[in-house]
Design a binder for this molecule. Sequence first.
Ligand SMILES: Cc1ncc(COP(=O)(O)O)c(C=O)c1O
Length: 454
Amino acid sequence: MDYLNRRKLVDLVQAERELYVDSHPASRELYQRSDHLFARVPMTWMNKWAGGFPLGFSQAHGAVIEDLDGHELIDFALGDTAAFAGHSPAPLVEALQRRMGVRGGLSTMLPTEDAQWVAAELSRRFGLAKWSFSLSATDANRWLLRLVRLVTKRPKILVFSYSYHGSVDETFVVLDEHGQPRARPGNVAPSFNPTSTTRVVEFNDLDALRRELSHGDVAAVLSEPALTNIGIVLAEPGFFEGVRNVCDETGTLLILDETHTFSAGPGGATARFGLEPDAISIGKSLGGGVACGAYGMTAQLSTRVLRAVGEGADIIDVGGVGGTLAGNALSFAAMRAILDEVLTDESFVAMEELANVFRTDLRRAIASHEVPWSVSQLGARCEYRFSAPAPRNGGESLRSADPLLEDFLHLYGVNRGVLITPFHNMALMCPATTLEHVQRHAVLFNEALDVLTS
Ligand SMILES: Cc1ncc(COP(=O)(O)O)c(C=O)c1O
């Protein structure tokens, strides 16, 4: 990025790192003491914080986290969407206490009343007739991929380059700089070459999609309604209508992963934009932080699955779909509370209004500092990228990344009480986010740009 003085940026990041280290002694001490945690954290992604060690936290309520050093942080990261409902909202706490302390029975492998309520509610919101449950979005995707291969009797799937759908082996395929498919760089010891299971094209490229699906060996396209894991990359007008048509012409199913795009509205991007998937996967935020995931199917697809099951596929034991703790009573108590009382239709209106303010503030700061950046929004979610216009696909978005600049902006926020997701530059509003929170972010973003461009 030649509009920035790189040498100065290196110094600025260094100064912010020092400030971070100095002002977070308790978090640093926890990290140093964690000798028996592999890589010193409970899950290795937690090392993705720019300060060299993650914040340890003591409590989190609504949109605010308190770290071990007593700093309060406005949380726009929200556990990378797992806490989209806000931290420990009262209806969730009550429902969990009722299930755990009063009724009991967290994992019985038996259905509860809550389960049918949640499935009916997801059906109302997303428009798909039949739902089944997992403990993560990853597993929802994994199991759906088996089911679509089962019914189509086709071996492959198709994903868009630099999409992310959880740690699902078949999905780690990207296009390299020559437009050739290859395993995603960094993919940890895959047991097979994912180009043998998966076709890959750029997002928003219908011609390439048509070409790749014309082989007739793809069971399903698996896509987010907008890419959200390589920055936000929005679908161009008409793109998903085109995807639906090409799928229909080639007998390919369409799975939409709404795990992050749920931010678009109560029925995700599917309801908001009138998309017509055969199946949907979702997870993370549904349980307000309690592990859960779900996949939905049209009535027609579920009939096809049941027919195949009648011909011998095993979905009630060790056939590769399902898991012991999936669909447990605690997850359902959580999902019911979240859907019924927290991530309600009304709450999405308020969250989106705040995201509109967030986006407007970002754009104003970017324009007044004359930096060539862009902002994308998907309902309650906003993201800035270091390129303008906004990237059209995963490859372009990848090339617009600037890890050092990201580190500076992340650290500048954390050191002054604001968190955005540690993965790229995304901010999410929750029902407890306030205008003051959004304004505080805007002040810091402007200050950071002043520092960068002065
Ligand atoms: C779009 C999408 N799908 C699926 C997943 C997997 O979610 P989990 O890690 O909770 O299984 C993620 C995680 O970031 C995601 O962004």
